[in-house]
Each structure stands twice: as structure tokens, then as C-alpha cells.
Ligand binder design. Structure first.
Ligand code: NDP
Ligand code: 2IT
Length: 448
């Protein structure tokens, strides 16, 4: 057994001991440590100077009570989190997730992955993530507002435009960011770019709403292009029907593909004629309804309860854009059997380790989340720049920068994989390229 391997195993054992019952965090850490073995073989100083041990430990974890009153006058108590994971290359940056499944382990895995993703963007942003076990489904706008105000009443003291800049994630979109921003401004009196994904009338950036889905398709197109292929004429399955999924559909379609299936947390729709995006936008963005209702607009389409079945629909390209671990080994095998040639991750950690191994063993082109979905946070960083300049760029300017960033991410991770003798393994390439910049910054700054 090599010393590098032994050292990584020891760090992983310590992570499991320190963070018990957090399987998602363990999963994210294990993948990174495995990818970094060849790096620490070449650079033992990353072990000797404690960089590996430090990078898996958050700089700070903030955990707080969020009391609010529902429309019936009942007191509700939720739990809020902000994990400020790593500030070596810039202020903490990452979304807030409001979903009943949120607990410390989810925020920790997301915050940890965010360090490497943000590094890959090439922009000066550290890694952080936050959220709550609050479920916005079925809540009135007034309830969501009271919840957001209470959440920010604690969070405001921990964030700031040069300190920590939260944004959206599952369950947190334009409405929630607006309420959070209003409360921050009210408490602090500061009109500053403390959140991204803001409305266009108060400091938001054009193309931020579209950025993660568009960026995912720019990345996928770069990967396909490197293999002499493109989206043109391809059949695509996209899970989710939220912010990322909707704009992935829009861009994939613009690039010549046909999207035949989408889902929400209850079930999936299959429309062999191509999913009508305007209908999905109307249902999921405007009316906050269930995707099931798509079939009342398009009776020729099918609706099936449960999400897993979406991966049984034959496709050339799969873009998981819903949630973590949504593609397991069984689903991956079905995708491969049905001829799927490319999987790029819009969601964070949507494929289990076994699913990733299945894709790699079968030569499926695989774009990992840290790289493929980095367009959202990259455009958030562009929003921060515009706020600092007190200027706003046009949609075309932001979109062109986004595209350039995604193509560069593809080139950089591809080159890193090759440099470490794993050509084509973009999981390793993303983990290594993302790590090196942060690790070098940590070394230069000394023990902090
Ligand atoms: P949204 O809340 O806008 O949409 C999430 C979608 O996924 C909804 O359709 C939701 O269904 C579905 N979904 C959520 N949880 C589950 C579940 N447990 N099982 C099945 N379906 C589920 O979130 P986003 O589109 O912003 O986020 C989607 C993914 O992309 C997440 O993994 C997020 O971390 C990641 N991401 C988001 C970025 C962003 O900029 N927003 C940037 C990078 C990554 P329902 O409508 O029923 O709730
Ligand atoms: O996972 C992610 O990168 C996001 N949810 C976006 C974070 C951000 O700060 O824009």
C-alpha cells in the first residue's frame, strides 16, 4: 500500500469519526480523497503541511433556530444552517437550500463540493452552503416571506458582500432571494450585493436565472465536440423541472436536441413529441403546480408516479438536474443498455459512486457536477462583479462570459486528467484541478 493511499485512508477514517451519520458528506469526501492520491504522491507536502486534513474540516458551522408564525397563527420552528467551508481563494459563496431533507450532512456535502466547483470557475470565490429543513411547497407567499425574514434575522450577522454571499438552490429562487435581501437591507441599512440571484431591479444579473442550465449545456457541448459530436438530433432526458432543468431544456433544444422527459419530486412525464417547455414553465414557475398536470395540456404525453422510472426512457444524453443520488447503479445500467452515450450532471452529486463507475466502465462521456453545473455560481460571481462596479452587463455579454468559462472548465479538467495519467476521467480531472488552486492558496497563507 502506498503512503499516499494510507494517508488518505487515515483522513477519511477521521472524517467519518468526526461527522457520524452524514453519508452524503462521506460520499463527497471519499471521491475527492481517491482522486487526489496521485496528486499527493507527487506533492507529499499537501499531506505533510496538513492541507488535506484542513480542507475536509469546515472553517465555521453556523446552526440556528428559525421561528415563524404560519397563516393559522401557529408557531413553527425550523432549523437554519450556514457552513463556511473554505475562504482560501475568496469570500464564501454558495446557495441556500430549503427542503425538508436538509440536515447538517447535506449542507456539509454541498459546501465541500462548492470549494472545488468555485475554484474551477477561475473566479475568486471560496466555498460555502446553507439552508433549512423548511419546505416551501404549499406555503403562502406571506408564510415564505415570514420564514425568510426570520432566517435572515440570524444569518445577516454572518454574511456580507466581502464575507459570504449566499444564493439560491433547491427551494430558493427569485421570490425567496427577494425576501431575504429585503430583510438584510432592513437590518443592516446596507444596499450591497450580499446575495446573488437578485431581481433585475435591485442588483441582479441578466442571465443568472438561465446560467446553470445554459452552462450545463455549454459544458456538455464542449465535451461532445471534443469527441466529434454535438447535441444536434439527440434525444435527451432531463430530471427535475426547476430552475436548472428548465433552462437546460431550453438550451439543449436551441442546440438541436429533443427533450422527451422531465420530472418533479412526485413523478415524471414522457412526451415523445418533445416536452413543451412553455407548458412546463407555466406549471412549475408561474403556477407552482405539479408536473402531473402536463398531461391535461398534452393528453398524448404520459405521466408516471415516482422519479426513478425516468432513467428507463431511452436517450442519447441524460442530464440529471433534480437532486443527490437520483441515479443509482441500476438506473445507470439501464441508461447504458438503452444506448445513452453522455451523462452530464446539472444537480449536485446526482450519481451514486456505483453509477459513476458504471458510466466510466462503459465509456459513457461523463461530466461531473463540480464542473458541469459551475455556470450558476460563475454567473453569481459575475453578478458580484457588476454590483461592485455599480454597472450591469447585457444578457449577451454575461452569456458570452458564461460560455467561455464553461469551455475553459472543460479544457482545464480534461488537461488535468491527462496530466495525471487518467485521460478522459473528468471526475479525477475536476477534483484535481479544483483542489490544486485552493491547496496552493492555503499553503501560501499558512495555518489558518
Ligand atoms: P429547484 O427547487 O428550482 O428545482 C428542483 C427540482 O428537482 C424540482 O422539480 C423538484 O421537484 C425536483 N426535486 C427536488 N428534490 C427532489 C427529490 N428528492 N426527488 C425528485 N425530485 C426532486 O432547484 P434547482 O433547479 O435550483 O436545483 C436542482 C439541482 O441543481 C440541485 O441539486 C441543486 O443543488 C443543483 N444546482 C443548482 C444551481 C442553481 O443555480 N440553482 C447551481 C448548481 C447546482 P418539486 O417541484 O416536486 O419540488
Ligand atoms: O450549487 C450551486 O452551485 C448553487 N446552488 C449556486 C450557488 C451560487 O452561489 O450561485
Amino acid at each position: 500500500m502506498s503512503t499516499a493511499h494510507q494517508a488518505m485512508v487515515e483522513v477519511f477514517e477521521e472524517v467519518k469519526k468526526r461527522n457520524p451519520n452524514e453519508p452524503e458528506f462521506h460520499q463527497a469526501v471519499k471521491e475527492i480523497l481517491e482522486s487526489l492520491e496521485p496528486v499527493v504522491e507527487k506533492h507529499p507536502e499537501f499531506i505533510e503541511r496538513g492541507i488535506i486534513k484542513s480542507i475536509v474540516e469546515p472553517e465555521r458551522i453556523i446552526k440556528f433556530r428559525v421561528p415563524w408564525v404560519d397563516d393559522n397563527g401557529n408557531v413553527q420552528i425550523n432549523r437554519g444552517y450556514r457552513i463556511q467551508f473554505n475562504s482560501a481563494i475568496g469570500p464564501y459563496k454558495g446557495g441556500l437550500r430549503f427542503h425538508p431533507s436538509v440536515y447538517e450532512g447535506i449542507i456539509k456535502f454541498l459546501g465541500f463540493e462548492q470549494i472545488f466547483k468555485n475554484s474551477l470557475t477561475g473566479l475568486p470565490i471560496g466555498g460555502g452552503k446553507g439552508g433549512s429543513d423548511f419546505d416551501p411547497h404549499g406555503k403562502s407567499d406571506a408564510e415564505v416571506m415570514r420564514f425568510c425574514q426570520s432566517f435572515m434575522t440570524e444569518l445577516y450577522r454572518h454574511i456580507g458582500k466581502d464575507v459570504d454571499v449566499p444564493a439560491g438552490d433547491i427551494g430558493v429562487g427569485g421570490r425567496e432571494i427577494g425576501f431575504l435581501y429585503g430583510q438584510y437591507k432592513r437590518i443592516t441599512g446596507l444596499y450591497e450585493g450580499v446575495l446573488t440571484g437578485k431581481g433585475l431591479t435591485f442588483g441582479g444579473s441578466l442571465a443568472r436565472t438561465e446560467a446553470t442550465g445554459f452552462g450545463l449545456c455549454y459544458f456538455t457541448e464542449a465535451l461532445l465536440d471534443d469527441h466529434g459530436d454535438s447535441f444536434k438530433g439527440k434525444t435527451v432526458v432531463i430530471s427535475g423541472a426547476g430552475n436548472v432543468a428548465i433552462f437546460a431544456h431550453q438550451k439543449a433544444t436551441e442546440l438541436g436536441a429533443k427533450v422527451v422527459a422531465m420530472c418533479d419530486s412526485n413523478g415524471y412525464i414522457y412526451d415523445k413529441n418533445g416536452v413543451d417547455l412553455d407548458a412546463v414553465k407555466e406549471l412549475k414557475i408561474k403556477s407552482r403546480k405539479r408536473i402531473k398536470e402536463y398531461v391535461s395540456i398534452h393528453p398524448e404525453a404520459e405521466y408516471h408516479e415516482g422519479c426513478k422510472g425516468i432513467w428507463t426512457i431511452p436517450c442519447d444524453i441524460a442530464l440529471p438536474c433534480a437532486t443527490q443520488n437520483e441515479i443509482d447503479e441500476e438506473s445507470a445500467k439501464i441508461l447504458v443498455k438503452n444506448g445513452c452515450k453522455c451523462v452530464c450532471e446539472g444537480a449536485n452529486m446526482p450519481s451514486t459512486p456505483e453509477a459513476i463507475a458504471t458510466f466510466q466502465e462503459n465509456n459513457v462521456l461523463f461530466g461531473p457536477a463540480k464542473a458541469a453545473n459551475a455556470g450558476g455560481v460563475a454567473t453569481s460571481a459575475l453578478e458580484m462583479s457588476q454590483n461592485s462596479l455599480r454597472m450591469s452587463w447585457t444578457f449577451e455579454e454575461v452569456d458570452a462570459k458564461l460560455k467561455n468559462i464553461m469551455v475553459n472548465i472543460y479544457k482545464n479538467i480534461s488537461a488535468a486528467a491527462k496530466e495525471y495519467g487518467m485521460a478522459g476521467n473528468l471526475v479525477a480531472g475536476a477534483n484535481i484541478a479544483g483542489f490544486l488552486k485552493v491547496a496552493n492558496a492555503m499553503m501560501a497563507q499558512g495555518l489558518v
